[in-house]
Design a binder for this molecule. Structure first.
Ligand SMILES: C[S@@+](CC[C@H](N)C(=O)[O-])C[C@H]1O[C@@H](n2cnc3c(N)ncnc32)[C@H](O)[C@@H]1O
Length: 274
């Protein structure tokens, strides 16, 4: 049995918890997803048009265990799984994902904006976390990259979704963990950034093939935006055209400047000898 033809290379509106049950066992080559964080998130940012809406399943995380089981079932053997999370929900996602998968890294995405929140009482948030796990064992394509990745966030004026992810960052993850013709699943697709990254992805050797994608999103408004202007807007913003012949390894662009504190040698030595 294979994946429904009409779900391939498009974004489908509906409840992913129901739709993933209709995906055959071992039918997907990679999962890259940014699930609801269970924090009842509403962005304070406004675009020129409207306040960005809240999204579903963002109040509790009761669903994570069953969902991880389904992700494990639909992935083929020897594949990768990337799941965005944040510091306060990481323990839940880590516990459930490591129950089925082998967690290899927590990738830190350093972004250029600092978010909002408690402006006086908390440090400015400048990173998000991505749990990287294996089902079985698969090598990463290309050279060995560090687990800290700097990439500009989508500028808020260009955002159609409060937690929209940059296509360039997703493209790197997809290129590291899949091959031309692979099927990439994002069950919480939002405005479809993962689909755009699949379209932009080239093989690490530079043969320029895209990946296939299956995207589910509950909110019809996000689906409409993904299908209409949303994807196109981000595509223009992030320069995705590259020469297929002389293709360098994908580079993330960033203006992120994490503050750097230097360790003092004298103090470090003194502590070590104590
Ligand atoms: C963190 S956002 C993903 C944003 C996305 N990465 C992007 O770049 O636009 C999570 C998304 O999951 C969607 N969602 C929540 N519950 C869902 C469900 N049961 N089925 C499908 N989508 C769901 C929400 O509407 C929201 O758009």
């Amino acid at each position: 049995m294979s994946i429904r033809e009409d779900w391939l290379n498009t974004i489908t509106c509906g409840d992913c918890f129901e739709m993933i049950r209709q995906l055959p066992d071992a039918s997907v080559d990679l999962v890259v997803t940014d699930p609801p964080y269970g924090i009842d998130y509403q962005s304070n940012r406004r675009t020129a048009r409207e306040k960005l809406p809240k999204f579903a399943n963002d109040v509790s995380l009761d669903w994570v265990g069953d969902w991880v089981d389904e992700m494990y079932r639909v992935l083929k053997d020897d594949t990768h799984f990337y799941c965005f999370t944040r510091f306060d929900t990481y323990p839940v996602f880590y516990a459930e994902i490591s129950r089925r998968f082998t967690v290899k890294n927590c990738i830190i995405w350093v972004k250029n904006n600092h978010g909002s929140g408690d402006l006086n009482g908390s440090y400015a948030p400048q990173y998000e976390m991505i749990i990287f796990a294996h089902k079985g064992k698969r090598h990463l394509n290309g050279k060995r990259d560090p687990d800290v990745m700097e990439c500009d966030n989508v500028p808020s004026a260009q955002r159609f979704h409060a937690t929209q992810k940059p296509v360039e960052l997703l493209r790197v993850l997809i290129e590291k963990s899949s091959d031309p013709g692979s099927i990439v699943l994002d069950p919480f697709a939002g405005t479809g950034s993962t689909g755009l990254a699949c379209k932009a992805a080239s093989h690490h050797d530079g043969d320029g093939h895209e990946r296939n994608y299956v995207l589910f999103e509950l909110n019809p408004e996000f689906v409409r935006k993904a299908r209409a202007g949303g994807l196109g807007r981000q595509e223009e913003l992030l320069d995705v055209k590259r020469d297929k012949r002389k293709l360098p390894a994908p580079k993330l662009r960033t203006t992120a400047r994490p503050r750097r504190y230097m360790a003092r040698k004298d103090q470090t030595l003194w502590l070590a000898l104590d």
